[in-house]
Structures are given as C-alpha cells and as structure tokens.
Write a protein that binds this ligand. Sequence first.
Ligand code: GDP
Ligand code: MG
Length: 660
Amino acid sequence: MRKDVRILLVGEPNVGKTSLIMTLVSEEFPAVVPYRAEEITIPADVTPERVPTHIVDYSEAEQTDEQLYQEISKANVICIVYSVNNKKSIEKVTSHWIPLINERTDKDSRVPLILVGNKSDLVEHSSMETVLPIMNKYTEIETCVECSAKNLKNISELFYYAQKAVLHPTGPLYCPEKKEMRSACVRALARIFKVSDLDNDGILNDHELTFFQRTCFNTPLAPQALEDVKNVVRKNLTDGVRDNGLTLKGFLFLHTLFIQRGRHETTWAVLRRFGYDDDLELHQDYLFPLLKIPPDCTTELNHNAYLFLQSVFDKHDKDRDYALSPEELMDLFDVFPYVPWGLDVNSTVCTNDQGWITYQGYLSQWTLTTYLDVQRCLEYLGYLGYSIIAEQESQASAIAVTRDKKHDLQKKQTQRNVFRCHVFGITGSGKTGFLQGFLGRNLVRQRAIKEEHKSYYAISTAHVYGQEKYLLLHEIFPDFDFLSETELSCDIVCLIYDVSNPCSFEYCAQIFKQYFMDSKTPCMLIAAKSDLPETKQQYCMTPLEFCRKHKMPPPQSYTCNTAVAPSKDIFIKLTTMAVYPHARLRCMCTCNRCTFCLCQNFLNSELVQTVRTKLYTVIFSRHITHADLKSSTFWLRASVGATVCAMLGFAMYRALLRPR
Ligand code: GDP
Ligand code: MG
C-alpha cells in the first residue's frame, strides 16, 4: 500500500478551489478566502482509506508557471475544477488544463484526473451533458463530480474519489477505449481463480466462493447474496454459471462489472490479497517474506506445508495414478509465471514406469528445493497461494529452520528430516549409477536418461528405525585441489571406487586423507560395480585394510546392474549413519571384538544355526500333528527359542546404538 496521497486542485481563477479546500477542513463555507490555501495534510485515521492525504491549492495570482509545473509533477491525482455556471471555465478544461498536465507526465504513467464542477447551488441543470464527451475522450479522467462549496454538497465525496483514484486506479485494470479488462488483469484474475478452485474442476462452487469471499473481504457471504451474484451472471452470460458454480468466464465478467460500475476497489482488494502490486506483478514482499537462517542450520518443510503440497498434488492428479503426467504437471504450473522444474528433475527424484514424477518424487523435489534454495521455495509456494489457502501469515511459516548442527551433535539427537550425502569418486567409478540406483533405476533404465536430463542430485526417502527421512545424494565433480566449503559440508560422505578398475580406489583414499580423516563427518566406502570381476587395487593397502586402519565400516558392495530395482539397503545404512553420526554402527564392522561381532558370530555359529532350523521346521512344518501342538515340550522349546531371539535382538540394538 502507498504511504500517502497528494491531491492538487487546478482550474481557472474564481471557480472555487480555495473555497472547496477550506470547506472540507472547517465544514462551513467561508465568506472570505485567500487566493491560495496553505497545503493541508489530513491524518490517516480520518480518511476513508486510512492513508495520510495532502491537499494542495493553486493560484495563478500567487504562483509562477514553474511552480505550477512542479506541483503537477508531484501530484498523485489532479482535480480540474470548473464552475458549472461558467462556460469558459469548462472550455478551458480541454483547451488548456488537460494538455498542460499531459505534456508534463509520461503517457504510460498518466496521473489520474478528476473533473470537478463547483457551484452547483447556482444552477438548476447539471453540467454532465457537456462533461461526458470530455470524459470519453480523455481516458485519464477517472471520474467527474458536481459539488457546491457553499451548500457543502459532495465535498467529502470529491476528496474520497480523488483518494480512490490513486489507491485503486482504474488504469491497470481496464481499457476504457476497448471497454474491457486489460490482459494483465485477466491473467492475474485467472490465476486467482485457479488457486481458489480447490478441487480444480474449473468451477468455483459455493464452498470455494465462501472461502474466497472470507479470505478477500473478511466477511462471510450470505447464502442469498451468493445466489444474487450467480443470478446476475446467469442473466448476462450463457456459460458464466455451470453446475451451480461460477466459471472463469463468469468470474471475469463479475469483475468487469465491478470496474465498470466504479467499484474497482473490490477487484483491487482481491488482487492485493493474492499478492499483486499496482503494476499487477506479484509483490516482492509477498513472494519473498523475511526468513532468517542462521549459519549451520538447514531448511525443511514443516508438516503443514507437506499437507498443503499434498492437496496441490491431489488437485492435479486427475486420473489418481499417484503420478503427474506431463499435462497434469503443466496444469499445476499454470499459476507460475514460468515453468519452475527443468527436465533434470525427472532424474533427480523417483518416477513411475512412464517416467512421470510420482507423489513420492514430487514431495522429494519440494524437499530438495527447500533444502538447497529456500528463497526459491518461498517464491514457488507464493505462486501456489500457500499463505491464502493454508491460511498462514506468509510462506515463511511453511519452513522449519533446523537448529545448529553442532547443537545436534552435542545433544546426540536431531529433529532434522533431511540429510545430505556427498558422493566422491573418479569419473566412471559409478557415482551416477549409485545416485540413480537410489531412485530405483537399474542400469537398463539409467541408459534411457538423455545426457541433457542428467542430474547431480538424487533425493528420496529411507526409513531409519521406522521413521521416514530424506536422503539427498550429491555427486561431487572429481577434483583434489578445488573442493569448496560447501562441497565438503554434509552429513555423510560416500567414497566410491570401481571394483573392476584398479586405479579407482586411490582417489577415494586420497580424498579421505586430505579432507575427512580428521573431520567428524562419517564416511563410507562403496565398492561399486560389484557384479563385475574384482581386480586388485593399485594402492599400498586393500580397501578393507584401509577401512580397518581408519576405523571406517568395511567397503560396501554395490551394483545397479540388476534385473529389478537395485537394493536400497545401503541407502538405509547411509541415512542411519547420517542420523546417528555419534553412534558407531558396528553392524558393518568386522573387528571380531565388539559386542556386535561376538553376537553375530554366535548367531552364525553351527550350534545356533541347527537349533534355529530345527525350531523353524517344527513351527512351520505342515506335518505338525495335533499331539505335537498339545505337548508341553513343544511349547517349551518354542518359548525358549523366542526368548533367545529377543535377547539377541536387544543386545544387537544396544550394540548398534552404542556411542563412540
Ligand atoms: P479560486 O480562485 O478557484 O480559489 O476560487 P475561490 O475559492 O477564491 O472562490 C471564488 C468565489 O466563488 C468566492 O467569492 C467564493 O465565495 C465563491 N464560491 C466558491 N465556491 C462556491 C460555491 O460552491 N457556490 C457559490 N455560490 N459560490 C462559491
Ligand atoms: Mg484560490
């Protein structure tokens, strides 16, 4: 909203400019007036639109032309005053005043004009007939009003119209020559319609209209008023109302009607509520609300935001196949000024067999944007009308800023849901295969990805002890000398080597020694392409020896050359390590000394194995006889077996979580 409004009164001498101003202020007609009234400022709280308003007089006798021009350029709206009983003063409006003003203002940003016919107390007839052709000729004339300073008629109205002409200008909304709404206004209203059409059926039903009314005007719409509105549209348009709801055509028609009847503040109220500024662009304050992110904190979407995004997905997944076809996606982006997602998104998140982004993939992509570029996320949520539909103050309330990672490490727990894993390895070591494998794509499906659609990111979910977490994999371009701070800061590091390439491990070892040996970030070595025959790595130690020496988990074999979707196990391990960086995950060690290894060895021992197989055969064998089930020895054996399993399970759990 504007800070203030400056109204200038011009016109021939003696038409009553000074009298009008003084009457407004004192609420009585002054017998004697000076040539020129002092500039007055009406405080915000006494004006109808709650904006401070300056009223400026002009007097030919007291001011030079230069001073007049200066005032014209400073004014937000100009009232050209004539006297209804003085023909010459009307003629001068077109012959002198309008050209003089227009010469001094840009064609595109013309200052709105108001024609004021004063001294209406002196005549019987109205001057409107003479003035209407002038109004039609000059589109910058916002309105005209007849008044009388002497009778105090239409005085406050005059200043209200002037204020309104500035605060709710017709210019950006309506083209008086064509008698229709301007295209930018139609575009904005169409977006507003789409956002408000919660079920995306192209109709605003009663529920949606009521919601719309409440958000824009803070007052509910009475059922009768709702019917009246629809009836007006029905009477004037054939397809303005369908299935008892308002179509886009009907919605636009209503707004054209508001504007044509001088009620454009209604349309402006709607536009402003949905974030538009005076140029009908989405306001920067609306798109980018203030959000403070301290260092070492990350940004995630909160529960409310996910619910909102889910509703947006549901609204556009018309065939209910839990994936967005290219058409459905384009429909979703219809409320954006540009298509926000490139084709690389399809290789960053999960897609279905047709290559369409699934529900899971859609949420992952939003999570990724929020994590990597929260400003962009705010902007996108703004286009979707988050604050309006979710009834929040701004998009900023969709964001959860996590606490400092150092704090998490200290407290040994985290509330974060998104974890970042950086993937290192030489060219061709299988990094991309690893990323794509996370998205469930085997080598055959990966080969179908075009070069220009490739992505250095992959994001999806993994369950850690029953909780869903996002793992964000980021492939780092191999380089020793230039690894930036951002390339090094992550929750877990993956060092990938190719088991069939003898020169691939050395890079991992060097990266580890140079950057991660002394850092707190957990590291994992991945032996990629494990379906190929393994060759000896050219390095002073084997990868396993290297891991032991540096207290890392042993190398994890991985292949995406599978018939079905590659296994997700490794990604669950990685996420677990990222969530619990302080816990030493002995499940992956082979030290033969820790509790876990001892348990593991015990479990694998021949004695336990035979007991277990026997137990299984007894329980699951089809030949369980009735007598068997009844016999107490059977139940004794079964319960002992169950207790052993439970105890082992508990020991294992404790060993897994044992802190360093
Ligand atoms: P300005 O030169 O345009 O500022 O005009 P003034 O305000 O000085 O008014 C000129 C004369 O018109 C004064 O004698 C006023 O009393 C008179 N006047 C102003 N407004 C009205 C009005 O509404 N009705 C009548 N009858 N006289 C008016
Ligand atoms: Mg005067």
